[in-house]
Ligand binder design. Structure first.
Ligand code: SF4
Ligand code: SF4
Length: 180
């Protein structure tokens, strides 16, 4: 993913617009593919976020909400102006590469579409094995099916491994290992 001629000296506003187009074609940091939960920070107003429709839970008194996020509509955040701190600060490797002009919009979109194809393949295999729980994170659905299904899950494991490798290589800041 080298710097290409058409991305050199791209104005900041163009980069912001390109990032926005990529995120609205992706949504994977909100839809339960990359993360299971989002932890709130001290500056985030629980009351305000609940008013906006998020269901805030607590673990050891620390507030968080589950993904897939209730505020996500397609690939769009419906509470964008009021989104929590972690949502504001998060940038995947694709967006960071775009900002540093190491990745073009077209290259990033290609990676996003590869990831989305793998997500669709995994979802199809989960559905075939009776799991259509779209309100749960993808990794949790996968774990349930592999641990509970008596059927052959080799193809599902292969597709999930390919997805996890792609997410580690091109999206996550810290790699995550598949445990089943
Ligand atoms: S994973 Fe990256 S490209 Fe996708 S929506 Fe999140 S920040 Fe945008
Ligand atoms: S609040 Fe918005 S940015 Fe944050 S996880 Fe939900 S949809 Fe994504």
């Amino acid at each position: 993913m080298g710097k290409s001629a058409d991305s050199i000296l791209m104005p900041a506003t163009d980069i912001t617009a390109a990032a926005s187009r990529l995120c609205t074609a992706c949504g994977m940091c909100c839809n339960g593919v990359l993360f299971h939960i989002v932890r709130l920070q001290a500056v985030d107003s629980v009351k305000r976020l609940e008013t906006l429709g998020l269901k805030i839970n607590r673990k050891k008194r620390e507030p968080y909400f589950n993904q897939p996020c209730r505020a996500l509509n397609g690939c769009t955040c419906t509470i964008y102006a009021d989104r929590p701190t972690r949502c504001r600060l998060f940038e995947c490797q694709q967006i960071q590469g775009l900002t540093r002009e190491e990745v073009t919009e077209a290259e990033a979109l290609d990676v996003i579409l590869q990831a989305r194809d793998l997500v669709a393949a995994v979802e199809r295999l989960l559905k075939e094995r009776g799991n259509d729980e779209v309100s749960q994170p993808l990794g949790e659905r996968y774990r349930q099916v592999v641990e509970e299904s008596g059927e052959d899950v080799a193809l599902l494991q292969e597709q999930m491994q390919a997805l996890n490798d792609l997410l580690n290589r091109h999206f996550r800041q810290e790699p995550v290992a598949l445990t089943v």
